[in-house]
Design a protein around this ligand. Structure first.
Ligand SMILES: [Zn+2]
Length: 138
């Protein structure tokens, strides 16, 4: 199994690079602030089904929601300092790394994973270095 810290940081970094801020905030509010999925869904106008899907994916990466919450609390401020690699222009998403444009955020994330793996890994490394000694005990 992949290291839970790296798996989770990778998940958050891809959301940030893809410019998906509402999902980042949703994950942080659920795991760190204890906000309920229905309040998050209402606040960010994302379906409850999607919010639960993201929570489930985060939990799967760490197998433990206390560990997830501890990691997210520590890396979140650093993740917010990462420059997004994609911006939304009108209804299109434009990749700033290669100038391609896309119709939706799922395609954008797949594009980042396929074409910009190096950029993703470099960002993950930078995040982990700024957090320094990440404590995984809750
Ligand atoms: Zn690109």
């Amino acid at each position: 199994m992949e290291d839970p810290v790296i798996a989770l940081v990778r998940f958050l970094v891809i959301k940030r690079l893809a410019g998906n801020s509402s999902m980042l905030m949703a994950v942080k509010e659920y795991f760190v602030d204890g906000v309920s999925p229905s309040s998050i869904s209402y606040k960010y106008k994302v379906s409850k089904f999607r919010v639960r899907g993201y929570i489930q994916r985060v939990t799967e990466k760490t197998r433990n929601s206390y560990l997830a919450s501890s990691i997210i609390k520590q890396v979140f401020p650093v993740i917010l300092e990462v420059e997004p690699a994609v911006i939304k222009v009108n209804e299109k998403y434009v990749c700033l790394l290669c100038d391609q444009s896309f119709n939706n955020e799922i395609t954008v994330e797949n594009h980042l994973r396929r074409k910009h793996e190096e950029h993703i890994n470099k960002t993950i490394k930078e995040v982990l270095e700024s957090v320094k000694e990440l404590s995984t005990s809750s």
